[in-house]
Design a binder for this molecule. Structure first.
Ligand code: UDP
Ligand code: MG
Length: 311
């Protein structure tokens, strides 16, 4: 019998965990021909989430708990969970019921039909303020423009097949962006839509500063385009220098320039554009070093559709 594990990162959810988890277990219900397990990943909570989780583990034999030393962030908690499960598939889900557990049955059906990634996509997110939605929209359009990956309405609520989990865990990079990387790996995927309800218990753990830092980390781990912009700016300053330099020379030759002024202008322009250019050049090497250090695989093999010679 195949097994499925629901991986749930939790951070300071003591007040809401019992009710939410009981809801999750009840609402997922029985899955046809699949044994269900659940793993709570406590992301270094400083309330009594651990005690509550341990009590829940006593009550539900299918539930396990993995506890991190301190709060490493949701990305790290997801990776820790994926690293520790051995099941045939995993569903990553928030603990706050904003990811409807009823969808799991539908996701499992798609997985059984051969799909390796089932992504639950948000239809709308009415619970968020206008300011939040505006920021999110700016982030996703910048991300899309810079990386050519449209992640609008994507969520971390995903089912992953064993092959995807193995590939994800084998990636050597440290700063991870789960949604982006799963999309980048491009395993066969299906989507299921869902309407995200409001969080009923507890409150969101993301402050503005944490979100901004996550946004920059996500963009910078997928593109070094901002570094290359310096080269473009260098080119632009060089063109401006040529024009201004030409004009300064013309003034000098036609006797309209003050003594010594032309030399100063020309030096300023030349030094300015050479500096910009050099910075851009250094930037492009830094970008390459960054890419190499991430050590992302150059390719991934589609095992289902490959037939290799026996050795
Ligand atoms: N979470 C976590 N570590 C963190 C922040 C959040 O494990 O540093 C968990 C949290 O307990 C919840 C899930 O990630 O189960 C989603 O968090 P939240 O509801 O605060 O985020 P939002 O829904 O606002 O994106
Ligand atoms: Mg939430």
């Amino acid at each position: 019998m195949q097994t499925l594990c629901i991986v749930i990162p939790v951070f300071n959810e003591a007040d809401a965990l019992v009710e939410n988890l009981e809801h999750i277990i009840a609402r997922i219900g029985q899955l046809d021909g699949v044994r269900l397990r659940l793993l709570l990943v406590n992301d270094g909570s400083d309330d009594n989430t651990v005690t509550v989780a341990q009590a829940l583990c006593e009550k539900y034999p299918q539930l396990s708990l993995l506890s991190l030393n301190r709060n490493f962030g949701k990305e790290a908690a997801i990776l820790a969970g994926l690293n520790h499960v051995k099941d045939d598939a995993v569903v990553v889900m928030d603990s706050d019921l904003q990811h409807p557990p009823e969808l799991v049955a539908q996701m499992v059906a798609l997985w059984k039909s051969g799909v390796q990634v089932v992504e639950a996509r948000k239809i709308s997110r009415p619970s968020q303020s206008v300011a939040y939605r505006l920021m999110a929209s700016i982030f996703y359009s910048t991300f899309d423009t810079l990386t050519r990956m449209d992640l609008r309405n994507h969520s971390d609520f995903k089912l992953l097949d064993r092959a995807v989990i193995d590939a994800y865990c084998a990636l050597p990079e440290r700063g991870r962006f789960f949604r982006g990387l799963i999309h980048w790996m491009h395993f066969s995927a299906a989507t299921v839509p869902f309407e995200e309800p409001q969080r009923e218990r507890g409150h969101s753990k993301w402050g503005a500063a944490k979100l901004l830092s996550l946004s920059w980390q996500s963009v910078s781990s997928f593109t070094s385009l901002p570094l290359h912009l310096v080269t473009v700016m260098g080119l632009f300053t060089f063109l401006v220098s040529m024009t201004l330099g030409g004009k300064a020379l013309y003034d000098k030759l036609s006797g309209q320039a003050l003594d010594g002024f032309t030399t100063v202008i020309l030096l300023l322009l030349i030094i300015g554009s050479v500096l910009m250019f050099s910075l851009g050049l250094v930037g492009s090497y830094v970008a390459r070093i960054y890419d190499e250090i991430k050590a992302r695989p150059v390719y991934l093999v589609d095992e289902k559709n490959s037939r290799l010679p026996d050795d």
